[in-house]
Design a protein around this ligand. Structure first.
Ligand SMILES: NC(=O)c1ccc[n+]([C@@H]2O[C@H](COP(=O)([O-])OP(=O)(O)OC[C@H]3O[C@@H](n4cnc5c(N)ncnc54)[C@H](O)[C@@H]3O)[C@@H](O)[C@H]2O)c1
Ligand SMILES: [Zn+2]
Length: 369
């Protein structure tokens, strides 16, 4: 199966079952110029599992390959790590015709994307996502970003991969927690614009180790995400879908990572969004309960971590780039699979009192006095 989206140029998504570490198809490496060295960017965990195997699968195609291995986790999305990657590539003779390949989760996708976008003002970029979250979300994008001490994803650029190779066989080695975490963004698309997806998800046995389930979940979610990738990348409604649950979720992730991962934080953010929708009489009755049941059934968290953290969450939310006139702005779901029309093209501007009430109300019951 092949899907395409566009942002200044085409990005080809290729589904390649059991291929990445064995035999890469000619189609998947068509964008590589064989006259120049190829740079694989990965992290220490993925390196141990797949680094050599993947390098040899490229070398079998006659390519000269170098691997840059970063630390594991968000710390790799930093200017310091990018600088180390620049030095690594320049010392090994990277050329303008070279290709940078991301082999890893969303962190590596963003680090390699920033490298590919900026070295010689842009070289060919291929993304091979290896986590459920990156196969369904992070890699299917044109946004690349690094973190700063002030917050997540604050610096970045728009630079889509020329090719995204999705091989769900790579997910076999992923920890259960990261598999569960990876469900959140797919469920987000279902809740916002694909009711049938949620209905099928609920009716299927959700065995996260079952290749057939993973193939279904990944391919459906990729199709759903591509629908929100307008060629300008700037449709406010599509952006509101992609950002659904993120204004609160990002703040929770920023304050609690690695105790709270991206998808886990977004799940909590989506529950809070549904509660905000209920308070504004935008969301259908019962939506909050549907979310809570759905997320709890797969092991995603639903509660704000602690009462003490509520003011800090609001502080972090104040630097959210989607705020309008100092107020958080977010899409809200009206009924399962349908977003409501907001008071701005990007959704609803919400007053801080309501955000605070909902955050306090959604603290874990064990925390409440
Ligand atoms: N538009 C975008 O660019 C976009 C969208 C969504 C999320 N993101 C970013 O993605 C990042 C989160 O991505 P993530 O959840 O993939 O995190 P991650 O990249 O840190 O990977 C999670 C963990 O899984 C390990 N791992 C990766 N692949 C593995 C495999 N096949 N087998 C075993 N272990 C494996 C990693 O070493 C790491 O420990 C965040 O920084 C988030 O901001 C970016
Ligand atoms: Zn996200």
């Amino acid at each position: 199966m092949k899907i395409q989206y566009q942002f200044s140029r085409d990005a080809n998504i290729i589904f390649a079952k059991d291929m990445v570490c064995q035999v890469l198809s000619e189609e998947s490496i068509r964008s590589i110029d064989r006259s120049a060295p190829v740079f694989v960017i990965t992290d220490a965990n993925v390196e141990t599992l797949y680094g050599e195997l993947f390098q040899s699968s490229l070398e079998k195609k006659g390519l000269t390959v170098y691997r840059f291995v970063s630390q594991v986790g968000e710390v790799a999305k930093s200017i310091q790590t990018l600088d180390q990657a620049f030095s690594f590539c320049i010392e090994r003779g990277i050329k303008r015709q070279s290709t940078v390949i991301a082999l890893g989760g969303g962190v590596i996708g963003n680090l390699a994307g920033m490298l590919a976008a900026t070295v010689y003002r842009g070289v060919n970029f291929i993304s091979i996502p290896t986590t459920l979250l990156s196969q369904t979300d992070a890699a299917i994008d044109f946004k690349q970003a690094l973190n700063t001490t002030h917050g997540k994803n604050l610096i970045g650029t728009y630079y889509p991969p020329s090719t995204i190779i999705i091989d769900t066989a790579l997910l076999k080695s992923l920890d259960q927690r990261f598999l569960v975490d990876g469900l959140a963004e797919g469920l987000k698309h279902g809740l916002c614009h694909d009711k049938e997806f949620i209905q099928e998800f609920v009716s299927r046995p959700q065995d996260l180790r079952d290749p057939a389930f993973l193939d279904w979940f990944v391919s459906q979610t990729v199709e759903n995400k591509v629908k929100t990738m307008g060629s300008s990348g700037k449709s406010p409604r599509d952006e509101a879908i992609k950002q659904y649950g993120h204004s609160i979720g990002h703040a929770i992730e920023h304050l609690n990572y690695p105790d709270c991962l991206h998808g886990e934080a977004i799940a909590i953010g989506m529950v809070c969004s549904a509660m905000i929708g209920a308070r504004l009489n935008v969301g259908a009755p019962g939506l909050v309960q549907i979310y809570k049941k759905l997320f709890t059934s797969v092991g995603l968290p639903i509660h704000v971590p602690s009462r003490e953290q509520v003011p800090e969450i609001m502080e972090v939310m104040k630097v959210d780039k989607y705020n309008l006139n100092g107020l958080p702005t977010m899409g809200l779901v009206q009924e399962l699979g349908r977003m409501a029309d907001g008071n701005t093209p990007s959704g609803f501007t919400i007053n801080w009192e309501l955000v605070e009430q909902v955050l306090r109300e959604n603290v874990s019951p064990n925390e409440k006095v």
